[in-house]
Structure formats: structure tokens, C-alpha cells
Design a protein around this ligand. Structure first.
Ligand SMILES: C[S@@+](CC[C@H](N)C(=O)[O-])C[C@H]1O[C@@H](n2cnc3c(N)ncnc32)[C@H](O)[C@@H]1O
Length: 247
């Protein structure tokens, strides 16, 4: 299987339970940060890239003129259809839209699976000058937790191609021609047993994840405030909400 097929297969397996596979999926505080970063207006046309089941699109529904979603996994994206004005099955690296077609382009937890920087350049291309691109992504806190965290996240989702530290997402927007670029942080408290039960990995991988947390370095444990009570592990996961204005 190539990388695209890996992603499609993984998310086709997860589509039915995706919305409850992490606390961050439906975290109102994270959604609120994304809305404040995007500042949607009633006359705006919005594109949700890697829209998945439409959780991000739902934040914008009723606030904007037109809502378009794009994704490569039909099993995920069909669940977003009811909230969208238009659903397109296409890769983010080749968005089938004209230059400057949107006032706002948003993408949460998508760029880890994409060819970079190509996909971010495409998002900027389809945003009008003065419009905004908002990327929201899980990140390592720094160099001292990055490698261990990448290992844990790959166990949960082997289709992942990139892993970011705080600062990397902002740099992608700046490199694709956005200025200024601003960012905010959000911490989501995740129960590792709930988070690893994503419908696409087996019990062996879930046990490997628990084991990796139990063997984590002191630096990782401190950064993530890893806690274990009654056999359940929690991790304080960092999200970066980065927004850039298309020059
Ligand atoms: C973790 S889900 C995020 C869904 C949604 N954005 C959210 O925050 O709930 C990742 C989504 O990215 C989509 N995806 C991955 N690679 C893609 C690509 N190259 N182009 C478009 N969509 C992609 C997957 O099909 C999946 O629906």
C-alpha cells in the first residue's frame, strides 16, 4: 500500500467511532480558540481541509456564507456532508479550486498525513490575499519529548508521516507566504485507554502504547504531566492553533 492508501484504510476503519476517539475531537475550548483565530464573518467562504467527519466544519456552520469540505477518505467525509454546502473528495496537495477562492481555510490534524510543504502552499494559494489560513495540530512541547512522543503517536496511527514541535506549524505557514503568523496553545487531557481505542489498531498496539508511557523518560513525564491512577494513564497533550494572513 502507498501512503495515501494507508491513510484511507486507517480512517475508513475509524470513521464510525472517530468523533469519540479523543477528548480533543469535541473539546469546546479548542474549538473556541480555532474560531477566534479564524474570525469568521457572515460573508465568508470557508474551506475545511481534511474535513473528516465534519467536526471543524460544524464550528463554522451558520456563521459563514458558504462551507466547503475536502478530504481523501469518503467513509469519513460522507459524515460531514449534512453540514457542508459542498463536499469534494480530493487530496490537499492538489486542491481543485481557483486561486483566492476562499476567505478562510482551516485544517485540524490533517497536515501530519500530507506531502509538505506542498499541501500548506495549496491552502495558501486558494486563500484570497488578506484571508486567513488556520492550522491546528498536536505538537511535542520541545526537543526533550519529541522522539518518544512520535513513537507513541505512530503506534496509535501508523499512517502518520510527519510529527511537529511547537513552532513547526507556524514555520510552515510563514514559509508558504503568510504574514503575520500568530499562534496560541491549548492543552487537552487525554485518557490514554480511550485515546488508543480508535478502532483501527489492535490490543497489542494499545498495550505497547501503555508500556511506552510507563517507560517514558523523566523529561517526557514532566512535560506531559503523565499520571496513572487505577491502571489508567493520562497525558496532557499540546495543541498549537496557528493562523497566518495570506499576503
Ligand atoms: C485526524 S482526521 C482529522 C479530521 C478533522 N479535521 C478533525 O479535526 O476532526 C485526519 C483526516 O485527514 C484526511 N487526510 C489525510 N491526508 C489527506 C490528504 N492528503 N488530503 C486530504 N485529506 C487528507 C483523512 O482522510 C482524515 O479524514
Amino acid at each position: 500500500m502507498n501512503e495515501t492508501e494507508n491513510v484511507r484504510t486507517h480512517f475508513a476503519d475509524r470513521a464510525g467511532t472517530y468523533d469519540r476517539s479523543s477528548a480533543w475531537c469535541t473539546d469546546d475550548a479548542l474549538g473556541g480558540l480555532m474560531l477566534s483565530a479564524a474570525a469568521p464573518r457572515p460573508d465568508h467562504a470557508v474551506l475545511d481541509v481534511a474535513c473528516g467527519t465534519g467536526l471543524v466544519s460544524r464550528l463554522f456552520a451558520g456563521r459563514v456564507r458558504r462551507l466547503t469540505g475536502v478530504d481523501i477518505t469518503p467513509e469519513m467525509a460522507e459524515r460531514a456532508r449534512d453540514v457542508l454546502d459542498e463536499l469534494v473528495i480530493a487530496p490537499a496537495e492538489e486542491l481543485p479550486f481557483a486561486d483566492g477562492a476562499f476567505d478562510l481555510v482551516v485544517c485540524r490534524q490533517g497536515i501530519q498525513f500530507m506531502t509538505l510543504p506542498d499541501a500548506v502552499r495549496e491552502m495558501v494559494r486558494v486563500t484570497r490575499p488578506g484571508g486567513r489560513v488556520v492550522l491546528t495540530h498536536l505538537c511535542a512541547y520541545g526537543d526533550d519529548d519529541r522522539d518518544e512522543y512520535a513513537e507513541i503517536l505512530r503506534l496509535r496511527n501508523p499512517a502518520r508521516r510527519h510529527f511537529f514541535r511547537a513552532g513547526d506549524v507556524e514555520a510552515l505557514l510563514a514559509g508558504a507566504g503568510c504574514a503575520p503568523v500568530r499562534s496560541q496553545r491549548h492543552v487537552s487531557v487525554e485518557d490514554v485507554d480511550v485515546w488508543s481505542d480508535n478502532g483501527a489498531i489492535g490490543e497489542d498496539a494499545r498495550e505497547a502504547i501503555r508500556d511506552r508511557y510507563r517507560r517514558a523518560s523523566p523529561a517526557f513525564r514532566a512535560r506531559h504531566a503523565v499520571a496513572e491512577a487505577d491502571g489508567r494513564i493520562t497525558d496532557r497533550m499540546l495543541f498549537v492553533v496557528a493562523s497566518g494572513t495570506r499576503v
